[in-house]
Design a protein around this ligand. Structure first.
Ligand SMILES: NC(=O)c1ccc[n+]([C@@H]2O[C@H](COP(=O)([O-])OP(=O)(O)OC[C@H]3O[C@@H](n4cnc5c(N)ncnc54)[C@H](OP(=O)(O)O)[C@@H]3O)[C@@H](O)[C@H]2O)c1
Length: 296
């Protein structure tokens, strides 16, 4: 990748949506040079460029490729391959996409023209670019790249206050699917709890208000003590009596609720064992009760 005066690369963005705005504004804010942005609509490119001195909104995505040393292809996942294939790349340019699940190989047309290719996936929700930008420090960016592009992307992540993990080729769908366990699926579990609380007259809003501090406390506990030592409650203690009460009651709620509970409980027992809360004999008693409930 060519660098201006041997220093940091000139950055360009194609697809001026939520991720592009947050990254471009964040990187420009720490003195990186964002030189051009293009999008499907000129309005989006102008919005991105308006907050960055020296950034030109471009009507044609090719202008971004031609002016930048490193291009962020921040279009929706299903457009990445087609946009990459539609542009004329060169040896002295690098291009990355920001998708979690999409393989970097979709950028192959750029690689064939000699460009470096990679992935730069921020593990953060980007519902609003300003909110996401404020929340970026401390986040992790999944990076996939080889050669000189790798340290360059690591420097950009560090400039945003982010940590990095390296993703090997071929793992992205698995990596992205499992990230849901710390994001959307947590919301799904809160929804399950709210449905249960509704049966004894507590509204969804009240449930969320009541459970959010518990969720924050749980996250803080994991942050402080790790997964096993951060676990608390029935499956940390190996509390058979409480487990039996839960199973009896959830059996009355219905098979779906019981099934979900048992699956999660079975997966909690290894953590309880790891933290030393009980021995294998107790774990097996608990597993047996859960399996019977699952089969019944
Ligand atoms: N949102 C998240 O939480 C999140 C988190 C991590 C990674 N990502 C990844 O980041 C990438 C961008 O996602 P996003 O959330 O920023 O999406 P987004 O807000 O929908 O923005 C995508 C932008 O791409 C533009 N676009 C669409 N088709 C285009 C085309 N053919 N040529 C040029 N521009 C085009 C859109 O155009 P106009 O606005 O001009 O119409 C839009 O501004 C995706 O790969 C996504 O998986 C998203």
């Amino acid at each position: 990748m060519q660098r201006q005066n041997g220093s940091s690369p000139r950055l360009g963005f194609i697809g001026a949506g939520r991720v592009a705005k947050a990254l471009a504004w964040g990187l420009a804010g720490v003195k990186h040079s964002v030189v051009a942005a293009a999008s499907r609509s000129m309005g989006s490119a102008e919005q991105l460029a308006a907050r960055i001195a020296g950034c030109r909104p471009a009507a044609d995505a090719q202008d971004v490729v031609d002016r930048a040393d490193l291009v962020f292809l921040t279009v929706p996942d299903n457009a990445i391959a087609a946009v990459a294939a539609s542009l004329k790349w060169r040896q002295s340019v690098a291009v990355v996409h920001c998708s979690g699940a999409t393989e970097v190989a979709v950028l192959e047309p750029a690689a064939r023209a000699g460009a470096e290719i990679g992935g730069f996936h921020p593990l953060q929700l980007f519902a609003d670019p300003d909110v996401a930008l404020a929340g970026l420090p401390g986040c992790t960016i999944g990076i996939e790249a080889d050669g000189p592009l790798l340290p360059q992307l690591e420097l950009l992540a560090a400039a945003l206050g982010c940590r990095t993990i390296r993703l090997p080729p071929g793992c992205r769908a698995r990596y992205h699917a499992s990230a849901h366990y710390a994001a959307g699926f947590v919301i799904t579990l809160l929804k399950e709890a709210a449905e249960m609380w509704q049966t004894f007259g507590v509204s969804r809003e009240e449930t969320v208000r009541a459970l959010l501090p518990l969720l924050r406390g749980t996250a803080a506990s994991v942050e402080r003590s790790g997964l096993a030592q951060g676990l608390a409650g029935t499956y940390a203690r190996g509390d058979i009596g409480t487990l039996e009460q839960h199973l009896a009651e959830l059996g009355r709620v219905g098979p779906d609720a019981l099934h979900l509970y048992c699956e999660l409980a079975l997966r909690s027992i290894p953590l309880g064992l790891e933290r030393g809360g009980y021995d294998e004999k107790r774990a097996e008693e608990m597993r047996a009760l859960l399996r019977v409930a699952l089969e019944g």
